[in-house]
Design a binder for this molecule. Structure first.
Ligand SMILES: [Zn+2]
Length: 82
C-alpha cells in the first residue's frame, strides 16, 4: 500500500472518521484500514519534535526522543500556563 494512502487513513482517523467511511472513501477494505491504524498505535512519536521513537519491549515507554526535547516540552507547557 502506498504511503500516501496510509497518511490519508491516519488523517481521517484523527478527524474522527469511522473505519467504514474511510474504507469506502479510499476504496479499500475495512480490514486494511484497521491494520494500518493498529500499526500506527504500536509506534510512538516524540511529543515535542514528533520524531519516531523506537523502544525496547518490556521497558517503560518513552514519550520523548531526548532529554532536551523533554525539557523543552515541559518548558513550553509552563509558558502556556502563565
Ligand atoms: Zn524529540
Amino acid at each position: 500500500m502506498r504511503a500516501e494512502i496510509k497518511n490519508q487513513i491516519t488523517q481521517m482517523n484523527e478527524q474522527g472518521v469511522g473505519y467504514k467511511k474511510i474504507a469506502s472513501e479510499l476504496n479499500i477494505s475495512i480490514g486494511s484500514v484497521r491494520n494500518i491504524l493498529k500499526e500506527k498505535d504500536d509506534s510512538t512519536c516524540c511529543r515535542f519534535c514528533n520524531k519516531k521513537l523506537s523502544f525496547i519491549v518490556g521497558k517503560k515507554k518513552k514519550v520523548f526522543c531526548s532529554d532536551s526535547c523533554r525539557y523543552q516540552y515541559w518548558n513550553s507547557l509552563k509558558k502556556v500556563a502563565k
